[in-house]
Ligand binder design. Sequence first.
Ligand code: AMP
Ligand code: MG
Length: 340
Amino acid sequence: MKRSIFFILAFVAPLSGCSAKAVQYSEWKMGTPCSVRFYHLKDKSLPARCFEAIDETEHALDVVKSTDEAAALNAGKTDRVSPLLNETIAFSLAVAEKTDGAFSPLLGRMTALWGFSSGQPQKPQTEEIKRLLPFAETAFLDYRKEDNFCTLKSRDTAFDFGAVGKGIASDEVSRLCEAAQTTALIDLGGNIQTVGSKPNGEPWRISLKSPLQSPPPLFGELTFYGSCAVSTSGDYQKFFYEDGVKYHHILDPKTGMPAHSGLRAVTVVSERSAAEADALSTALFVMGLEAGSRWAEKNSDIGIIWFTSDNRLYITRNLAERFTPSAAAFTPTVLPQTEP
Ligand code: AMP
Ligand code: MG
């Protein structure tokens, strides 16, 4: 059996062009490089507090380390949830409903079976995928948000917050920066969030990595002012080949298999929160272009760019003027949206 494994981390990256008054702090957190660039930093304790917030989020949502809260919940060791875990469960269930199940926070046993977070992914037995599939349903969840109570009714049901954790952490950092009245650019493993407008009056410029192996390395750039979150999900970020077949880390909750939705990547822009951009980029990848564009029509406050398997680009109308392709081949087709 031939297997090769690839993990590609940086999928969107802020363009440089650093202002003299900007200072950047970087650390490896949540299994990925994390950085925050602060503009006119006044409160010297802010960077440390931001990275502590990332640690606290990881402690609440990580399902791998047994000492972390979500891992304990999955193991049936607790039924009490902290405010952060509680909010994340509630938010994830709301996204699952809003995306008609394309996003599922209950795929924990299935994602563990595929082993992407262990660093040694492999194709599971088809029988085991079929056996586990029914357990990723909310019927196996007993959850009362108002009581901070949550329990899983089967050992074959488990949470996985991998599709939303970095977004949640980014929102925590963003809140700290806002409270300290500090403009910031947050990059948690490619999940980008801006807080406020650049002090020099220039727009934020976010470059988007091409999923193709051939040049150019970027398929385009987004330009905007003010606070915004940008997240990309793609089949090129974590994948492996087994017997010549490519398997990636975004699963279709209907099949338990890597989603074959005709897409290479989806970028989502949310002005509300990084958690929303993060969760929706995963969900829209699963949905594919046809279902996703119908969803986009009704959700006109969300900006979306689809990169299809046949290398075409589609973009929602609300982003059209903010996107500059890096080459003529990446000129997108603009899709309609109703006014928000
Ligand atoms: P992202 O890279 O943000 O798209 O998230 C992908 C990660 O979320 C995977 O590595 C899994 O841990 C988890 N995941 C995979 N498929 C789904 C899905 N359909 N819904 C929710 N989480 C998922
Ligand atoms: Mg995501």
